[in-house]
Design a protein around this ligand. Sequence first.
Ligand SMILES: Cc1ncc(COP(=O)(O)O)c(C=O)c1O
Length: 385
Amino acid sequence: MSAEPFLLTPEALRHPDSTKWLKYPEGVLPLWVADMDYGISPYITAALHERLHSGLGYFTYHRPEPQMAPLLRQKLATQGVSDLPLGGIRTLPGVVPGLYASVLGLTSPGDDVISFTPIYPPFLSAIADHGRGLRSADLLHQGAGWQIDWDALEAAVTPAARLLMLCHPHNPTGRVWTRSELERLADFAVRHRLWVVSDELHADLSFVGPHTAFVSVNPELRQRTVTLTGPCKTYNTAGLGIGAVFSHSLPLLDRLNRATAGVMGQPSALSMTMWQAALEGGGEWLEAVLEQLRANRDVLSARLADELPWARYSPPEATYLALLDLRAHPRHADIQPFLLQEAGVALNDGLTFGAGYQGFVRLNFATSPDILNEAIDRIVQACRL
Ligand SMILES: Cc1ncc(COP(=O)(O)O)c(C=O)c1O
């Protein structure tokens, strides 16, 4: 199956509800928020149509687990996750609510939370919004790409540290933590008696082979880890909010439920149908998308190396997000507004990923080759030193 047929036109993408395409004026190329410019799998479209003919009343409340749980279990088994107890998978209205629920359920006000920066911004807001302290270990950006600074990680531990928040694969660097890095992190979490929330939403978008779930690398993690997953990055369905949290520890999941009792809400019937359909029949579509994403990533890497050699950049091992270090540019202090103004390209500002990331921008390359190449032309033109 060729990748081209699922590319949406800019006219279709400028749907009145689209955050990505409507935040900035027409003419600006929006390569920011993590949506792909691709239509969804026809298999999902068909399932959604069918669902509309079956009524939209309350659903699944009588079940201990959602309908798609057996399919999700099969998929998790390929990531090394086995023996989840009945009730060990619980749905969420999205993965961000799962980040917040983890902070609320696994820590108390005044506790410290350890994470890596740069990081997907809701990690930071979940900690700050609820009066917990961020202890962040900056990743190192060296020759081999983004790396964990193990000394900084140890230095981040305080007597009040209770929770490690991991993003795997990592947004915004695109790192896929290796098994040996995961094992070392597991040892760290166990040694310091930390709870862990591992956000693995980007697991399917790996260019370096099958995903290894963090909880699978050390049996001692099972009773201290909750893992977040969902379909929205893989199948481009963020507008149909849904996610799930799973754990071998039912008491940990109960803590998340209690901390958010009555305010979490349920995912919608259509989102449940979508996820079920994606797990059943979304594979062929996903393969074509990954082919397109890999090709786009390679174009971006080659062109940046040739045309913007002073920009520091390590091609992501997963995700369709590329973090560019443009600190060598004279306008590094306001590089995102500069590129918006001068290049007509909207990127995410490095500042939002943590203190110290001014001068970085995140570029979403899940678009057509034409739009990507046009955006690179414009960035190169505007950034010429
Ligand atoms: C690591 C990560 N977690 C969570 C989310 C958002 O998940 P949701 O839309 O299900 O809340 C994103 C979106 O880009 C993400 O990159």
